[in-house]
Design a protein around this ligand. Structure first.
Ligand SMILES: Cc1cc2nc3c(=O)[nH]c(=O)nc-3n(C[C@H](O)[C@H](O)[C@H](O)COP(=O)(O)OP(=O)(O)OC[C@H]3O[C@@H](n4cnc5c(N)ncnc54)[C@H](O)[C@@H]3O)c2cc1C
Length: 442
């Protein structure tokens, strides 16, 4: 039997793809929920856009039909010698092959008061329930740590007219990932939100509590006191692997794997947020904690588990998210600082909240990546350009093809290319034809 711990996107994709290729017995174990749900949609439940059931991509009968056993248990220990798992409820489960897809947990950095009533991250369904239960009594929330989950939490509270004070340790927003211009663009957008108070270069010192260990406020390192009824911890996540470490499988920040997802223990694999590559693929990180990489890892590990040993090949980097109303997509590699032999072109709309940040090679003009804020650009088109090593000139002349709505886009294409021509002394012209339909068919 193949046992998978974790019913997130990584574990569930593995199970689905094993079933496509084989009749192996499969069991998925999770302590969080019986059925797989979309973690990225948690905020929309709070905001009333969907119910929890709506976040479950598969109907309950899907699992029976595909002969995938589901077990709601918490695994406390792995015995890799005897190939056994021990649950908190006292059961023993045997496996032939084991997949660890245990995800992440919110970071806590030892702050005084971090475990008090009213302090929580946003990762699990239980976190959401916890916040929901307290929301009616929250007038002000303090959010600590400015990344994508922090922004989501802020949007959730603002949707219920709860004031948010958002503490960011760095002077610029998400600047470990975004280049300065992009961070400033987002900061400008955030500054316009009523009820959202941004505190940059501000660190949490301690969380203040009452006699019942309930949150009443926080103190910052520069001695500001802020009264609040909730503290959201969103200073990043780290692999959820304490029980794996105790079971003697080699771990650092995550569970150490090679590019075939093999751990130090025989027949034990790790994928998704909890895995750490011993030697990352060039240009990629050792830990990849995003939805689509978990999905790709699941698909590729299923190949190995059904007899076709397959090495991790994630293709070009991409990601998407939202900063309040602004859609964000990134394709290829845009690092927060330009690398040697790289050039950048930034288009910022004078009035609307649109910024496109292109990076390309100085010598060859090869297109390397884009950060897109405010438009919706097609992933397959950018993937095509990255694969065929298109130049920045080709990308700009054909940019219309990448837009979801080329009619609407005519508004921007001339402006973008004119600005590029002025800045780089070129005389590029917009191609009138679009061709993405052909690409999708191919
Ligand atoms: C609020 C939020 C918004 C996000 N938005 C985006 C986004 O817009 N784009 C994007 O790319 N990524 C986003 N992410 C990140 C993305 O959701 C994760 O990268 C992805 O869900 C990780 O999937 P996974 O399958 O590796 O792990 P998980 O989804 O974390 O699943 C692991 C499961 O294993 C269970 N488990 C762990 N240990 C045990 C144990 N010992 N016994 C039993 N069960 C156990 C856990 O309870 C959990 O259910 C977001 C994350 C959050 C929290």
């Amino acid at each position: 039997m193949i046992v998978i711990i974790g019913n997130g996107i990584s574990g569930v994709t593995t199970a689905r793809h094993i079933r496509k290729n084989s009749d192996e017995e499969i069991m998925i174990i999770s302590s969080e929920s019986k059925y797989f749900f979309s973690r990225t949609a948690l905020m929309y439940i709070f905001m009333g856009h969907m119910t929890f059931e709506h976040t479950q991509p598969y109907e309950p009968h899907f699992w029976k039909k595909n002969r995938i056993q589901l077990s709601k248990e918490y695994i406390e220990k792995i015995d890799t010698e005897n190939k056994s798992l021990y649950t908190k409820s006292g059961k023993t489960i045997s496996y032939d092959k084991l997949v660890l897809a245990t995800g992440s947990k919110p970071n806590k950095f030892g702050w005084k008061g971090q475990d008090a009533d009213g302090v929580r991250g946003l990762y699990s369904k239980q976190d959401l329930d916890y916040i929901e239960e307290r929301a009616p009594n929250i007038k002000k929330a303090v959010i600590v740590g400015g990344g994508l989950i922090g922004i989501e939490m802020a949007e959730m509270f603002l949707s219920r007219n709860i004031e948010v004070d958002f503490l960011i340790r760095e002077p610029l927003f998400w600047n470990g990932v975004l280049p300065d211009e992009d961070s400033k663009f987002i900061m400008n957008h955030l500054s316009k939100h009523h009820g959202l108070n941004m505190y940059y270069s501000t660190e949490l010192d301690e969380i203040l509590t009452d006699a019942n260990d309930k949150v009443v406020g926080i103190k910052t390192k520069d001695s500001q006191d802020i009264e609040c009824q909730f503290v959201g911890l969103t200073a990043g996540v780290s692999p959820n692997i304490d029980f794996v470490k105790e079971s003697g499988i080699d771990c650092q920040k995550g569970i150490l794997v090679n590019t075939f997802f093999e751990t130090s223990a025989k027949d034990v694999y790790a994928i998704g947020d909890c895995a750490q590559f011993k030697e990352p693929i060039p240009g990629r990180r050792a830990l990849e904690q995003v939805w689509y990489t978990g999905k790709i890892m699941g698909e590729q590990l299923a190949q190995t588990l059904t007899g076709n040993r397959t090495e991790y090949n994630p293709g070009y980097w991409f990601n998407s998210a939202k900063f309040m109303e602004i859609e964000y997509q990134t394709y290829g590699t845009v690092l927060n600082k330009l690398q040697e032999n790289q050039e950048e072109f930034i288009y910022k709309h004078p009035k609307e909240a649109i910024l496109l940040h292109f990076v390309f090679e100085k010598d060859s003009r090869k297109f390397i990546g884009i950060n897109n804020f405010g438009l919706r650009l097609r992933h397959p088109v950018f993937n095509h350009w990255l694969l065929k090593k298109a130049t920045i000139d080709e990308v700009l002349q054909d940019l219309k093809t990448a837009n979801f709505d080329p009619e609407f886009y005519t508004k921007y294409e001339n402006e973008i290319i004119t600005q590029f021509n002025q800045q780089f002394g070129t005389s590029l012209k917009v191609n009138k034809k679009t061709w993405w339909q052909k690409l999708i068919k191919a």
